[in-house]
Write a protein that binds this ligand. Structure first.
Ligand code: THU
Length: 135
């Protein structure tokens, strides 16, 4: 099955299994659908120099941009966490760059719990390009 034909949850669950997380042991998968309807996936990729690791959401965004797309329509993030995994602060800002505030985000556990929210709800008071304008 092509990634585009898969559900976002299936795509995120599948890519999570590929996450490289030997240091935290915490594998995360992210899948996003673009406004054009394509699905891009990412997983966390850790590094022995810990701050050099990257999040699953960042990977999915990079894949989207590398495919020539910049508009996110929907996001799904999954991890083996006790409650639906919240994106880190940096990933919230990264999602905001390419999504409207009302863009749906589903956070999930491996047990099947899901929490639906939006990019805007995840990052209230977001810094934007308008904050760099003086007039
Ligand atoms: N992680 C993500 O990939 N996405 C998040 O939004 C939360 C945290 C990863 C980063 C690191 O590899 C591991 O989870 C533990 O923080």
């Amino acid at each position: 099955m092509s990634v585009s034909a898969m559900s976002l949850s299936e795509a995120a669950r599948n890519v999570r299994a590929l996450a490289y997380a030997p240091y935290s042991g915490f594998q995360v998968g992210a899948a996003l659908r673009t406004v054009a309807g394509h699905v891009h996936v990412g997983c966390n990729v850790e590094n022995v120099a810990y701050p050099e690791g990257t999040c699953a959401e960042a990977g999915a965004i990079a894949a989207m941009v590398a495919a020539g797309e910049t508009a996110i329509a929907e996001v799904y993030v999954i991890a083996d966490s006790p409650t639906p995994v919240p994106p880190c602060g940096g990933c919230r800002q990264k999602l905001m760059e390419f999504a409207a505030p009302d863009t749906p985000v589903t956070l999930a556990t491996m047990d099947g719990a899901e929490m639906r929210t939006t990019v805007g709800a995840l990052l209230p008071g977001a810094f934007g390009s308008d904050h760099m304008e003086r007039t």
